[in-house]
Design a protein around this ligand. Sequence first.
Ligand code: ZN
Length: 248
Amino acid sequence: MRYLVLSDIHANLEALENCLELSAGRYEQAVCLGDVVGYGPDPNAVIEQVSHTAGTTIRGNHDRVCAGLGSAEDFNPVAQLAVVWTRRELTPAHTRLLRELPAGPLAMPGFEMVHGSAEDEDQYVLSAAEAIPSLRSQAVQLVFFGHTHIQGVFSLNRAGSFKAITAPRGPDGLVLSLPLEDGTRYLVNPGSVGQPRDHDWRAAFAILDGEERRVEFYRTPYELTATQAKMTRARLPEMLIRRLETGR
Ligand code: ZN
């Protein structure tokens, strides 16, 4: 089975549409690691599209808070403003859909899905210090995670050798193909569809080829100025509008 792995879409419809266009025909099933909404200007349309496309979606911290299942007090001030805006914007039906998203970890055939980490959906796994304990304790070879908005891989082989790989800034399309080796455990971040933070503004996603035992990482440009214009009209914070073009 080939899986399309999406994460951190953050209500960015233009970015999501371009990811779906580029990945069309390359996968059989789509999954989403959470943060469907928050920050971006199209929460309803994105929930709609994700519920049609990704049969399996777990919730992220922004989904939880925007759905009213938690408070935004731990969020920074601009993220809080975006939560208030998103809560007001969401239809009751879409709020319900968000509320019903399961929390990770979620087991899938041949891999597991988490938002932050298996221990805590709010944890940022950014470095060896955070990744190694997770890799040591994971029961499956492959865990997909999101939350950091940074496309890349942490791995730990049988001999205890740790590796961190950041997806390279290649031309549009496939930027990295990672063969999964027997006896090595992987924590894989497909990158963020709607708000990348790895200094590359292009939308990110991954495809797992279950039979070939390979993960492919992709980047695609999208109509950034259209998303930004919608955010301006919605009066979302300027900092959130600007960060989309720098990928930070
Ligand atoms: Zn996120």
